[in-house]
Design a protein around this ligand. Structure first.
Ligand SMILES: [Zn+2]
Length: 386
């Protein structure tokens, strides 16, 4: 195996299997080799990736995508159309015979000035990227060695934004940044070798750790469902189908977010796309106890579904002192819980950087619509293979 590919696999697995750096299927990595880009394909988690998990792209075709124009409206019709067109162009930029679906960030990986690129969603770093003072503190700590990108839609818009920012940097006589911080998302770093990437991430962790004034406390733990079990299970099934699974958790860091609707915003809003994808576009916050609970959930759940087109995975019950997590199947339930725990960690870290800054609803909407679109295209691909 080529030395570069070996390094890419090693570094991908190393960060991919450490939950401090990335969770579930998040993050992506790439390697440039002359005219070719090897970029993580979707459906291959970093933790277990091997050379079969990288889509092979033609860099000249990727670069040519910049010459195309796409609808730039912000209404959801233009957005959906733009993403479809860009996705088709991205697929067409694969080398002949390539069938894997490249990461939607393939175009961004291609334009970044590094041989090896590692993009992660680290918990501690997201304490900074999801914080009110994040941008100012990043500039303070890393000065011109970093580039801060305000919250934006992933994929084409993100790539275009970063492209513009890098061009402005070079016009100002600045070299390449060591870190590209993506507000409410994660971080990009890269280098000429995997050791260079490791050094950068090590330094980043060290510098941010020194800034932390409060480390996250313990996670909430399982507790018996303290209300009408049967009535709740019926609603869960209505919301998530026949294989709906429920768990109730309480205690730990969760306690801090139950007191008022205002403090609960760190959970009723969204911190990053990962939280939206795996734990839904924000938790519900429902007052009441005893017999009110099923009625309150049913009514609020309906409103939520009307708004987002999907049910809520996390329901905060301040009067019961905990949260219910609901999902279709065990795996989805485990992921929703993992991302709830992660939101508690990230929110705790944001306290060291001015407190949480949640994603604006317009960006949340993009991710929700995008998931639907993604699901549709996966189904189409399956259908075509038959
Ligand atoms: Zn990402």
């Amino acid at each position: 195996m080529d030395r570069g590919m070996k390094e890419l696999i090693e570094v991908s697995r190393e960060y991919g299997s450490d939950s401090r750096w990335v969770l579930v299927g998040g993050g992506n990595t790439s390697l440039k080799n002359n005219g070719t880009l090897f970029v993580k394909a979707s459906g291959y988690p970093l933790a277990t990736i091997d050379s079969a998990g990288f889509a092979v792209m033609d860099r000249s075709r990727l670069a040519a995508i910049w010459d195309n124009t796409y609808p730039d409206g912000e209404d959801s019709e233009s957005v959906v159309l733009r993403e479809r067109l860009v996705f088709a162009d991205l697929m067409a930029a694969r080398v002949p015979g390539e069938e894997r679906r490249p990461s939607v960030e393939a175009q961004l990986h291609d334009l970044l000035p590094w041989y090896l690129v590692v993009h992660l969603h680290p918990t501690l770093v997201n304490g900074l990227t999801c914080a009110i003072q994040g941008e100012a503190i990043a500039a303070d700590l890393f000065s011109d060695d970093q580039l801060w990108i305000p919250a934006t839609d992933p994929g084409y818009v993100l790539a275009k934004t970063i492209r513009g920012a890098l061009e402005r940097r070079s016009a100002d006589g600045l070299g390449n940044p060591d870190y590209i911080f993506l507000a409410n998302h994660g971080v990009f770093a890269g280098g000429e070798s995997s050791d260079e990437v490791r050094r950068k991430y090590q330094l980043l962790e060290q510098v941010l750790t020194e800034q932390v004034t409060r480390n996250p406390g313990s996670y909430p733990v399982d507790a018996p469902i303290p209300a009408n079990h049967i009535a709740l299970e019926l609603i869960a099934r209505k919301e998530f189908g026949a294989n709906a699974c429920i768990s109730f958790v309480r205690g730990g860091e969760l306690d801090r977010y139950l007191a008022t609707r205002k403090v609960a915003q760190a959970l009723t809003g969204c911190l990053t796309p990962d939280h939206i994808v795996y734990a839904g576009p924000g938790a519900l916050y429902l007052k009441g106890s005893g017999a009110d609970i099923p009625t309150a959930w049913e009514a609020a759940g309906k409103e939520y579904r009307n708004k987002w087109g999907r049910p809520a995975n996390v329901i905060l019950f301040p009067d019961l002192g905990g949260a219910m997590i609901v999902a279709a199947g065990d795996k989805a339930l485990a992921n929703a819980r993992l991302l709830l725990d992660n939101a508690l960690d990230v929110a705790a870290y944001t306290e060291s950087f001015g407190g949480p800054k949640m994603l604006q609803e317009r960006f949340v909407r993009f991710i929700v619509d995008w998931e639907v679109e993604n699901y549709r295209s996966k189904m189409t691909a399956k259908h075509l293979r038959r």
